[in-house]
Design a protein around this ligand. Structure first.
Ligand code: PMP
Length: 342
């Protein structure tokens, strides 16, 4: 059987994550809040039609709302099951085993996973910690991108929480590369800066977004890509109007129609982020600044195990720890556990 599977797929990394059934989930950059009741109600009601395929007009409605939210034309919106759905579509449709991909190290872990499943050649540009931020090596990035089929940068960056790209650098990469440029703005709502407005001048630029973070809908699996309409058309050819499940699509539409709620969530997360950042620094930990809903922390003590023992899950990444921002109570609980431990 194995000889029927492409060799690079046999070697590809498997998804690894900490399973947690009960306790405090600060390991996956989720929102600790639910979206408004109306989102859940409408999605639940949609389930009564689960025996039917949805009306394709629903997808068009979602694309229309996303277009309005981002001030672009509807034909520049590709809707997908999560941002990951967009990433997979882009990787599987536009790249092939001989293609080169440029990413940052560190960056969102799935870029490497999808690269390995397509068999791409990987070039990593190292981010450097300077003071309280992680910083891009602009020159190395621009140079490496030149001959790459795709350059994928998460901005802000996961797991550091730093913004790593300026608009000028994105312009320079898009201008000088022979390939595509994908800016992953999964954490846009916390950061507030986007490069979507550059797409009209740079048709090789794509922006990926998600409703999993600030919109607080991780398990509905709704995301999208904003790109030149020819790219969107090509992506839509390899998908169907049913790729996003009906309840999720209805939830996505309702969330977009009621998107004012996101502001409150972002404000609360930022407040809690400040509390956690100051609290952790007071305990003597090295904590990097962040424009996202998580913090990167350095510690020479095993804080992962200690927190896990108390039912709090965080993410261990080499010698760093990534901690999502939870509710005020969750942040206080985490600070208390670490206060006793350190
Ligand atoms: N991009 C980045 C940078 C992420 O951090 C994540 C999720 N942690 C995703 C994409 C995937 O998001 P989604 O849930 O929409 O698939």
């Amino acid at each position: 059987m194995k000889n029927k599977i492409k060799p690079w797929l046999l070697q590809a990394k498997e998804y690894d994550f900490t399973d947690i059934k009960e306790g405090i989930r600060l390991h996956l950059n989720e929102s600790p809040f639910r979206p408004p009741e109306v989102v859940i109600e409408k999605a639940s009601r949609a389930m009564l039609n689960c025996n039917r395929y949805q009306n394709p007009e629903l997808l068009e409605r979602f694309r229309e709302l996303v277009a309005e939210y981002n001030k672009v034309d509807k034909d520049m919106v590709y809707a997908s099951p999560g941002a990951d759905g967009s990433l997979r579509s882009i990787f599987y449709n536009f790249l092939s085993p001989s293609s080169t991909i440029v990413i940052n190290n560190p960056s969102y872990s799935m870029y490497k996973v999808y690269s390995s499943t397509v068999g791409l050649k990987l070039k990593e540009i190292q981010l450097k910690p300077i003071g309280e931020w992680w910083v891009e090596d602009n020159e190395a990035l621009v140079n490496a991108s030149r001959e790459a089929e795709i350059t994928v940068i998460d901005n802000p960056n996961n797991p550091t929480g730093s913004p790593v790209l300026t608009k000028d650098i994105v312009k320079e990469i898009a201008e000088t590369t022979k390939g595509l440029v994908l800016v992953d703005e999964a954490y846009f709502e916390f950061y507030g800066k986007s490069v979507i407005d550059l797409i009209s001048d740079y048709p090789n630029l794509m922006v990926v977004r998600t409703l999993s973070k600030a919109f607080s809908m991780a398990s509905f699996r709704v995301g999208y890509t904003i790109a030149d309409k020819e790219i969107v058309k090509a992506l839509m050819k390899s998908s169907t109007p049913f790729d996003i499940a009906l309840p999720s699509l209805v939830a996505g539409i309702t969330a977009m129609e009621n998107r004012g709620y996101v502001k409150g969530i972002v404000e609360e997360i930022k407040r809690n982020r400040e509390t956690m950042l100051l609290g952790l620094r007071r305990l003597g930990l090295k904590v990097y600044n962040s424009v996202t809903n998580f913090l990167l922390v350095d510690s020479d003590k095993d804080i992962w195990n200690e927190l896990w023992r108390h039912g709090i899950a965080i993410r261990k990444l080499g010698e760093h720890y990534r901690i999502s921002i939870g509710t005020r109570e969750e942040v206080e609980m985490l600070l208390n556990v670490l206060g006793d431990f350190l």
